[in-house]
Design a protein around this ligand. Sequence first.
Ligand SMILES: Nc1ncnc2c1ncn2[C@@H]1O[C@H](COP(=O)(O)OP(=O)(O)OP(=O)(O)O)[C@@H](O)[C@H]1O
Ligand SMILES: [Mg+2]
Length: 270
Amino acid sequence: MNQVFDIEPYRVTQQPFYLPQGNEIELYEAAYAARLPVMLKGPTGCGKSRFVEYMAWKLGRPLITVACNEDMTASDLVGRYLLDANGTRWLDGPLTQAARHGAICYLDEIVEARQDTTVVIHPLTDHRRTLPLDKKGELVSAHPDFQLVISYNPGYQSLLKDLKQSTKQRFTAFDFDYPTSDLETKILAEETGLDAELAGKLVKIGVAARNLKGHGLDEGISTRLLVYAATLIKGGIAARDACRMALVRPITDDADIRATLDHAIDATLG
Ligand SMILES: Nc1ncnc2c1ncn2[C@@H]1O[C@H](COP(=O)(O)OP(=O)(O)OP(=O)(O)O)[C@@H](O)[C@H]1O
Ligand SMILES: [Mg+2]
């Protein structure tokens, strides 16, 4: 017996706030029209998940998101038999649910999953568009509206954790990066209501920190953290404190780098 699955909670009913960085909306629409799988690459907090939410809303498709991790097994994606009072019962995993119901399935941080887990997406992401449920003895044909989207942060993963070429070459791909300063200022202002002048200063601090990447910082300050700082300031926290708390403390424990960033904050805020 299959469980009854309700897709309604997965509908994106409110328009997510998303400012495009280029022609990614058009390109994504073309990929979706052809039902091609999509891979989003880019550093943490630069807008990948927000973009997928926006596209799911725009295309009117439900969105099922799975955060991948190294303990995840193929069954976590595909489904498993459960034992209950009435005997065994099959429970579809999120990938199977998305394939059956025509949702967009978003596998976040796909490289974290083990390769034996990753290969379950192969038949779904080529001309077959099928998902074999080996344990159940069923071959699910994907709903015509189903699409698979994966994301990952290239760079700070070890080479060992990279995706196999046979996985990569099933996807179209988008390179994401932090928005340009003007755009990022607008994002901060519109997302949090902070005035544009102060938003611009936060962005300047972000840019300064991004230049330290590879010189003591593994990763620059993300748009997400800038949004945090802006939110704290809007909530009444002094800009200096908000910046230290949201922009500096999370990203480094190195005393020298902290001092450099704190100095940049003081200099920029004036
Ligand atoms: N283009 C954009 N339009 C609107 N908001 C944006 C945009 N880019 C980034 N943001 C803001 O940045 C935040 C972080 O973005 P998001 O969660 O999409 O990052 P991500 O790339 O998925 O990061 P991770 O790889 O860590 O999951 C969003 O919550 C949003 O506030
Ligand atoms: Mg994300």
